[in-house]
Design a protein around this ligand. Structure first.
Ligand code: FA5
Length: 351
């Protein structure tokens, strides 16, 4: 009898699982669980068994009954939901819109910066990211072993050295485009804006190993510091807002003379160094000014290395980090500059 119970249970399950309609399931329910169904026929046999077998067989039959019941009700749910899916279609329900992305904030910043300079006649150029030592350092008045090179913690490419240009490097600043641009244009006037990736062996909350700089270079007859200051003020007003001013602080770069650090008046306290309402110190800038980047008048040696006569022509250059400049504009106070490259959509979708 034990074997018969198993066989009935297995046969019932196979038929239920293979059923294709709710009506078919009802027929199976009657066949196995109905008053005259297979399970009840088994139940009727139990009183005739030996007393010691009755309990065991009773349990087996009950177990088979509840398995068949459960399988029937699961299958019914499955068939009903399938029916609902295949028969109910509402063509008026609006579709699901595919997610639309947008340009990365740094791409937006680069395009905005390029547009501002293009308006006053600068030409956007691009130079190699993998560059020769000559363009990155030596032509910029930083001979081999010069200690100033240490500031640009450089990645060197493991490749053959060029007898004229030296070792290959990942360009550590956009100033490597200066002599290239002089060579390309051959004769002033030059008005270049070079926005590119730069690489340095640095990674902390305010440094990324890959970052962007934008470099301006103007060379012509009679270019002086007033032209530099006017250009920086123009950029500051366009990019940061009409009230903003720039200030030059003496500094040192090997490739400009004189050299400056450029500051911009703080957008929160407007250069007053204290917050207007409370009279307390400004939280953002401390001294009324924020540091933007380097600038200066092109060194005569650099002009010479670019094939330009420094007695006839002079020029100015400036080079700033796109990431930091953008953060100053937006007032974005991210604790870690590396977040810009984290590819975290929760962060990027805000811009
Ligand atoms: C230079 O790179 C000079 N070439 C700038 C220059 C150009 C001076 C033309 C004179 C004339 P500096 O090393 O200070 O200077 O870098 C300029 C800016 O790049 C910094 O102010 C900063 O905004 C940005 N920067 C530098 N290193 C990193 C880094 N690892 N991560 C993010 N931004 C950086």
């Amino acid at each position: 009898m034990e074997e018969r119970i198993q066989n009935i249970k297995n046969e019932a399950m196979a038929q239920i699982l293979g059923a294709e309609s709710v009506a078919e399931l009802e027929e199976l329910r009657i066949k196995y669980l109905g008053r005259k169904g297979a399970i009840n026929e088994l139940v009727k046999e139990i009183p005739n068994l030996l007393p010691e077998k009755k309990g065991f067989m009773g349990r087996l039959v009950n177990e088979a009954r509840s398995i068949i019941e459960n399988t029937l009700s699961d299958k019914k749910v499955e068939l009903e939901s399938k029916k609902a899916k295949t028969t109910w279609f509402d063509p008026t329900i609006p579709g699901i819109k595919p997610p639309i992305g947008h340009l990365h904030i740094l791409t937006q910043a680069k395009e905005e910066i390029a547009g501002i300079f293009e308006k006053i006649g600068f030409v956007r150029v691009r130079y190699p990211e993998v560059e020769w030592d000559w363009f990155a350092f030596e032509s910029l008045n930083m001979p081999k072993q010069h200690p100033a090179r240490d500031e640009w913690e450089t990645f060197f490419v493991d490749s053959a050295t060029n007898p004229k240009y030296g070792q290959m490097v990942l360009t550590p600043h956009t100033s490597s485009g200066q002599v290239r641009e002089m060579e390309r244009s051959k004769k002033p006037p030059i008005r270049m804006v070079n926005i590119a990736k730069c690489y340095r062996r640095q990674s902390d909350v305010s440094h990324t190993p890959m970052f962007h700089q934008f470099e301006g270079l103007v060379v012509d007859a009679g270019i002086n510091i007033v032209n530099l200051k006017g250009t920086l003020d123009y950029f500051a007003r366009q990019f940061f807002g009409a009230q903003r001013k720039t200030r030059l602080r003496p500094y040192h770069f090997q490739f400009t003379e004189p050299s400056f650090e450029v500051d911009i008046s703080c957008g929160i306290c407007n250069g007053a160094a204290h917050s207007t309402s409370s009279g307390q110190g400004c939280k953002l800038c401390k001294a009324g000014w924020l540091e933007l980047g380097g600038a200066g008048m092109v060194h005569p040696t650099v002009l010479k290395n670019g094939g330009i006569d420094p007695k006839k022509y002079s020029g100015f250059a400036f080079g700033w980090g796109v990431e930091r400049t953008y953060m100053m504009k937006s007032g974005l106070q991210i604790g870690d500059i590396r977040t810009l490259y984290s590819a975290d959509l929760r962060f990027l979708k805000q811009f």
